[in-house]
Design a protein around this ligand. Sequence first.
Ligand SMILES: [Zn+2]
Length: 269
Amino acid sequence: MQQPTPTFQLTKDNYHSREANQHYMSVSQFKQAMTCEAAMIAELKGEFTRPHSTALSVGSYLHAAFESDEAFAQYAEENHDSIFKARGGKYADYEKADEMIETIKNDRFCMFALEGEKEVIMTGELFGAQWKIKVDNINHQRGFFTDLKSTQELAKRYWSEKYSNYVSFVQAYDYVLQMYVYREIIYRNTGRYYNPYIVAVTKESPPDKAVLHFDSERFSFESEYIQLLLPSMLEAKAGTKNGHRCEKCAYCRATKQLESSFEIEYLLD
Ligand SMILES: [Zn+2]
């Protein structure tokens, strides 16, 4: 299932389709399977759909603003009713997003870090799987790529089981893992290791912003982490084993059938 068939051509239009996700591993699929393999497989089969998230739509709006004026106008037109109130003006989430867009546009360094080709799709092999990536911004002349991220505040701490430590939003949302995969797949396409950057903008009023780079030593941990978890995910995708159930997510709660009782001690993680 992870090998692309010659009949499947990955394009901008089918990039997020179920068929594309069946053929390719992606960072978002990997992250979903880190939480729950069973839910990831159910979604691939069309048996489960994740609930709609406003945060995700606002993220797409933000990205469209930096892709091109045409992409932004098209996004606003296609999602008119979720962006604009019937009585005029935009809903609060989009008013906030506009403020975040202005914050980035008014900072010359942020805009410098976002110079390049937008929404670039690439595929490549990594640890026995074919991956697909869509890079927010890539600059071949200067050898870097950029991802645009919104977050609550730059210095917020999150507890991470993965790192066994308090971490920033960048590790908490596995953006280091994302940058590692993108860097490897870009290398397979260009023969060069590009430098990853994150342009981060906060939802505060007024928004804060930062351009972040990564010490390359961080990537060896992510490489080992992916090699540890990927084989099981690929087996689940190939149907040679059942995906591991987390027993906590929406999919697991909806499909759970109890077989025994457990001692109250095990209620807490
Ligand atoms: Zn689950």
